[in-house]
Design a protein around this ligand. Sequence first.
Ligand code: NAD
Length: 336
Amino acid sequence: RAKTIGFIGLGAMGREMATNLLSKTFQASNDAELTFVVHDTVDQSTTRFLTASTSLFPGRHILPASSPAGVASLASTVITMVPSSPQVKEVYMSESGILEGLKSLGNPSDPSNSTLCIDCTTLDPLVAVQVADQIKRAVTSDVGAFDMVDAPVSGGTVGARAGTLSFMVGSDLHQSFTQAEHTLLKMGSRAIHCGKNGNGLIAKIANNLLLGISMLATSEAMLLGTVHGLSPQILAHIINTSTGKCWSSEVNNPCPGALHGTDKSPPAERDYEGGFAAKLQAKDLGLALSAAQQKGVPTPLGMLATNIYKALGENPDFMNRDFSVAFKALSSAVGK
Ligand code: NAD
C-alpha cells in the first residue's frame, strides 16, 4: 500500500491533476512496484484516463478500481476531486466508500495500514470536518493512522493542466499537512497550511466570494464603457493600469476583444467555453453565504452576486459556460 496512490474523480480538474501526479511520480522513480489506482462513477472517464496514461507510461502499474473502498484498500494516499458535499459524502461514507475500505484493513496501528486522504473538492466546510472526523476514527478512537485533510484548489483547469495550482490545506495535524504537501506539489506550485481541518475550505470560499463579486463588477464596468462607445481594448488597458485592476479584468476579462494584443485568451474569446462553470460559481457562493450566516457575517454584495449566479447556473444557455458569461447575460439587456 505504501507504494500505491489512489485518485477518485476524473472530471475537468481531476483528470489533469491525476495526469500530473502520475507523470511526476513515475518520472521520479523506476520502482516497479509503484502503482496508481483510479476510480470515477463514469466508466468512460476512467477508461479515457487509463488509455491516455498507459500510453504515456507503458508497462507501469495503472489500474482501475470499481469503488472508492477498492481504492482505499490498495492505496496509502488517496486524492478525491468530486463536485461537492453530496458526492464527498458518497465517496467517503457510502457502503462502498473509503471508510469501509479503511475498516477492511483492520489494525490501524500496523504502519502498513496508515492512510492519508486528501480531498481537493470545494464543499461545505462543516461536511468536510464531519467526514474527516469519521475517517480519522475509522477503526479506533485513536487519531493517527488514518487522516484526512481538505485541500481545495485555485487556478482552474488551465492551472490544473499546467501543474500550477494553489492548494489551501486544512489539517489539524501539521505532520499530515507536510505529508500532503509532498503529493500536492506534484499537481501545483504551492500548498498553504491554513490551520485546522475545514480552514482550507473557508479560505477557498472566501476567495471565490470575492472572485464572484469582482467578475460582476468588471462585467458592469466593461459594459458601461463599451455601450458608450469605448473600445474594449482601451477600456481594459485603462482599468488594468488603474485602481480597478483585478484578476477578472486582467486575466479573465469577460468582454470579448478586451484582452486582444495581450498574451491572455480568456473564455470570453470562445463564447465562454471552458473555464469555471457558472453553476460551480453559484455553488461556491452558496457555500460562502452559508458559512457567513453561521457566524452572522453580513454579505450584502455576496447575496446579490449569489442570486445572479444562481440564475445563470439554472439557465441551460449559461450554466456550463465560464462564469464570465455574466457579461453576456447583462449585455442582452442593452441588445448587445
Ligand atoms: P467535474 O464535474 O468536471 O468532475 C467531477 C468528477 O467527479 C466527474 O468525473 C464525476 O463523474 C466524478 N464523480 C462524481 N461523483 C462521484 C462519485 N460518487 N464517485 C466517483 N466519482 C464521482 O468537476 P470539476 O470541474 O473537476 O470540479 C471538481 C471540484 O473542483 C469542484 O468542487 C469544483 O468546485 C472545484 N474546482 C473547479 C474548478 C474549475 O475550474 N473547474 C476550479 C477550482 C475548483
